[in-house]
Design a protein around this ligand. Sequence first.
Ligand code: NDP
Length: 484
Amino acid sequence: MTSLLTPTPRLGFDPATKRFGQLIEGRLVDGATRVAVVDPGTAEQIAEAPAASSEQLDLAVAAARRALPAWSALDVGERGRVLHAVADVLAAHHEELAQLTTLEQGKPITQARDDVSWSIDFTRYFADYRLETEVLRDDDANRVELRRRPVGVVGAITPWNFPLFQALYKLAPALVVGNTMVLKPSPTTPLATLYFGELIRDVIPAGVFNIVGDGGDLGRRLTAHPGVDKVSFTGSTVTGRHVMAACAPTLKRLTLELGGNDAAVVLADADVEKTAEGLCTWAYSNAGQVCVSIKRIYVPSSMHEAMVEALSRRIAALTVGHGLDEQTQVGPVQNKVQYDKAREHLTVARRDGRIVAGGDALDRPGYYIAPTLVCDIDESSPLVAEETFAPIRSVLRYDDLDDAIARANATPYGLGASVWGTDIENAMDVAGRLEAGTTWINHHFQLTPDVPFGGIKQSGLGAEFGRTGVEEFTDVHVVNLKHT
Ligand code: NDP
């Protein structure tokens, strides 16, 4: 189903004429140059965003360094209060930030509203988070405490699939433990982040949080900057390797959340309709542009026909359209590069497999790809072997569960996975054998601030969220007292 409606965004300003500014030491600063921002739902320019010069990046890092002593010395309760005030601002501008996210990113407005709600929830959760000192030993000879101190200036790089949410889920835990930050949004989705910076410029003390605009070459400079102590990067595995190399000369701390090729293993006792519903949701959400999308679906041969039919029926019923149309369930892919890649994937799908749903780019302005399902495809095809960041998914048959598990694990990625079945003990057992940072059972992609999320193998390094994630923004400080 397609919808041709392109509603006007409901914003308190016109993005085409608004001068979006970078946030540097509490001031809104023009870029050295400007970059065009495109609505992927129409492929037309909607705004211009500032891009930083090297000097402006230096100013932002210097501002973050200057702000560090006072911010880290503040009582954690005070820092938490600032973060709650940030959440209040997000809540007050909820709809506007959601509309802006949809306009620049393409996702359905219902999903953009979720992004803002999650941003608020995660910010409030981390605002109240406390890393207590651990007493490792307290005896007649010693008292040994394990304390945590902030790492310093964090360089954060956020991608274009959840631009605002990812900014907030890096910002809140980093700030609550006393770090300061310089954040670089993706050049294709900078607007909601820059607008957020404008809204909170009097809420977060000057220099504690800075946003620099990217003209397409800032990532390399930010990650190599000697004034940055830690990098938190979300993006592709290929770029993750470059980021790691850039961090090496100054031994920066590093968290990498990279690509994934998540397998869903459907067990023989799974309920076909219920499972198809869950698979469809988490395979096509955000037009398949989620690191933890379900990308490969393993189904017993005995269930193959029924599952393909149940999935195809649901896929055909999905409404594809502009994200601002309330009826839209699948929006465009985010940018022209991804669109071109997705069309190449469709060519490969036609060459290597049998398309049972979708299969084409839509013949209309914008970067629209019909949600597509492919079966009878060999796993050596790049469509299956590589991460497909588009609404194109493969169903793969298996006759032997051990074989399915081995095939699900036969990838350099290890981000998420899921198991679908009714015998929970068996599903838990299968989950334990899948190589992933997170394995969900009878659902996929549930992220909450209290549960660590990270990838194994080449899907990343370290974790975000939960105690593990907060600790990644700290260094260990042991204080060892000898009783005399
Ligand atoms: P990339 O992951 O390749 O990342 C691009 C970002 O990394 C840009 O902000 C870029 O900044 C920065 N960057 C590029 N080179 C370097 C470097 N040498 N050092 C530091 N930073 C650098 O995203 P793409 O947009 O190119 O998408 C490519 C693929 O990445 C997608 O097809 C998808 O598979 C995956 N992806 C994964 C995401 C996830 O959530 N894990 C999110 C988005 C994409 P600059 O512009 O300044 O160069």
